[in-house]
Ligand binder design. Structure first.
Ligand code: FAE
Length: 540
């Protein structure tokens, strides 16, 4: 699906939000009409969060004429800093990079065991968060657009048979015939031109990964993305400002990326029925006897201090705060008495999507390239691995110098599941995940990459993750689960125990999609919200 067009509605929304980089002119600095001072005390529909599931909900509610308010903890990223850019790059990170920590938190923390990657930064409401639990760190994008602001943009349709296994209540024909195509179209998914890919210096690293996999008898696939590959081609030709070729991704892209603020959320605001409040964190939920949900909301300043607290009532409440955010809201509400009827199943079914990262040292006659596109475009496929299928994306190291490292984020079918529990002392959730639960991922990745190393006379790098480990399984970019569809909710994300309360994000999926997850989250939200709108919601 390569067509990508602007409707009048999207243009209206982009203009209102001041995030018009999709127009090819880069993010622009304007005062956003969407950021107001006092939110209303009652709205028909309230959406918490602004990632994939939330953005789908906001658009479909707004299109149906339902007046909707979206609350997002993070910033609306539409104002340029003193350097003229909205976001900072990975090689020169500043306070915009990191959510309320005083040091950046890139997962590849060391090189030759030297702490050369991460930097001290002032505490600020930056765009990337890492939430640390015993044995597991969970990454999440913060800002209007959620994970779409920081992710690699890889938009992958999962294997049908795997989706049927993890979500047996979801019939797959409509998903594959209707909702995945719709999600791809709406997100602006496109493919890299093979001719250009084969000759592009910035994808030498991916071609090396492909050749090394082929030497071991493994296939590779070019992976569709929401980054505009035509824009990248023009970057390489020096015709437009660089973004993917200027080490931008983990802390946001100033150009080229079709993040949600430029697709679903712009369309939602463009309906005239949706308003977005950034730097507003939903904290508590209770239900009144007349069925109204009352959400306690904290307004933050840009340093994360709570400046105001107020309550917003709503008839329909859609939770799209991500796997950890949504689960935390529900567990807090259950444990502190706001929503006592919530099921004991809330908090369960959490997984890492089998994430494990590793690096290989290539031979000195086999460079991976000094200029690397920060947008991944290729994955090594090992469907017949004895420990379960492995789908390993070839990850760039956009350091600007030759490193001879081939880096991968492997997605494995790890069956282990953790669970969140609410900790009253810290007023937050803790993840129960033991260090051995990552081992199935490591075993599968090792089986794939031992073979690749053998076939190419190469070895693992042991210097990249702070100690001497070759496989980093202590973080995930793809947290999934916590409020699983068909378990803590019904088959369409309606939370058990409460009418008109919905979960719409990655918490619905029990721990695994087998591939990068956002396309599945988006398509599932399209499916569920369509049903909810037709059956539950009174239209305006
Ligand atoms: P998500 O996008 O996480 O959005 C949740 C939003 O809710 C965030 O903006 C939060 O700030 C906000 N929030 C949380 N708590 C509250 C609260 N209490 N009140 C108000 N707002 C709140 O949710 N996936 C892919 O498919 N392809 C990739 O290439 C890819 N690369 C990734 C790279 C990185 C570095 C990261 C971190 C993730 C990557 N992912 C990728 C994962 C993907 O971004 C993720 O699965 C989705 O963003 C999850 O979507 P949700 O709708 O669940």
């Amino acid at each position: 699906m390569d067509s990508y067009s602007f409707s009048r509605r999207r243009l209206l929304g982009l203009t209102a939000m001041g995030t018009a980089s999709a127009l090819g002119i880069g993010r622009v600095a304007t005062a956003a009409e969407t950021r107001s001072v006092t939110p209303p005390s009652f709205v028909p529909a309230l959406v918490v969060g602004s990632g994939y599931g939330a953005a789908v909900s906001a658009l479909r509610l707004g299109s149906a004429g339902v007046s909707t308010l979206v609350l997002e903890t993070g910033q609306l990223w539409n104002e340029a800093g003193s350097d003229g850019s909205v976001f900072c790059s990975m090689v020169d990170p500043d306070r915009r990079s990191t959510w309320l920590h005083t040091r950046t938190q890139a997962p590849l923390g060391t090189f030759l065991w030297l702490d050369v990657v991460n930097r001290d930064v002032p505490r600020y409401t930056g765009v990337l968060d890492r939430m640390d639990h015993p044995n597991m760190s969970v990454y999440q994008g913060r800002g209007v657009g959620g994970g779409s602001l920081v992710n690699g943009g890889m938009a992958v349709v999962p294997e049908r048979e795997h989706l049927e296994r993890v979500l047996p209540a979801v019939s797959s024909d409509p998903m594959y015939e209707r909702y995945f195509p719709r999600a791809r179209r709406m997100l602006g998914v496109n493919r890299v031109s093979e001719d250009w890919f084969e000759g592009a210096e910035c994808y030498r690293y991916a071609r090396v990964a492909r050749r090394h996999a082929a030497n071991a008898g493994l296939g590779s696939t070019l992976v569709p993305n929401v980054y505009d590959f035509d824009y990248m081609r023009r970057e390489a030709a020096g015709e437009v400002p660089a973004s993917a070729l200027a080490a931008e991704v983990l802390y946001g892209n100033n150009h080229g990326k079709r993040s949600l603020d430029q697709t679903y959320l712009a369309d939602a605001v463009g309906t005239g029925n949706v308003r977005i409040e950034s730097l507003h964190r939903a904290h508590s939920i209770r239900r009144e006897s007349d069925g109204t949900f009352v959400v306690g909301v904290q307004r933050l300043d840009e340093f994360g201090n709570v400046r105001e607290v107020h309550e917003i009532g709503c008839r329909y409440l859609f939770l799209g705060a991500g796997s950890q955010g949504t689960t935390e809201l529900l567990l807090r509400a259950r444990e502190t008495g706001g929503l006592p009827e919530l099921s004991e199943l809330v908090g369960q079914g959490w997984g890492t999507n089998g994430n494990v990262m590793l690096g290989r040292a290539c031979n000195l006659w086999d460079p991976t390239g000094a200029l690397q596109s920060s947008i991944p475009a290729l994955a090594v496929d090992d469907p017949h691995n004895e420990h379960g299928p492995v789908f390993a994306e070839s990850v760039p190291i956009p350091a600007g110098v030759e490193t001879f490292v081939s880096l991968y984020l492997a997605i494995t079918r790890n069956p282990e599941r953790g669970r969140f529990v609410f900790d009253e002392d810290t007023d937050s959730v803790r993840l129960r995940w033991s260090s051995d639960q990552g081992q199935p991922s490591v075993r599968a990745a090792r089986a794939t990459f031992d073979g690749i190393n053998r076939a190419n006379g190469t070895v693992y790098r042991h210097d990249l993750f702070g100690d001497t480990r070759a496989f980093e399984d202590r973080f995930t970019y793809h947290p999934l689960g916590g409020c699983v569809l068909g378990s803590a909710t019904d088959d369409h994300g309606r939370v058990r125990g409460y009418r008109n309360l919905y979960v719409v994000d990655g918490s619905l999926i029990p721990g695994s999609t087998g591939v990068n997850p956002f396309l599945t989250i988006t398509a599932l939200a399209e499916r569920n919200v369509e049903r909810i709108l037709s059956v539950d919601v009174e239209h305006g």
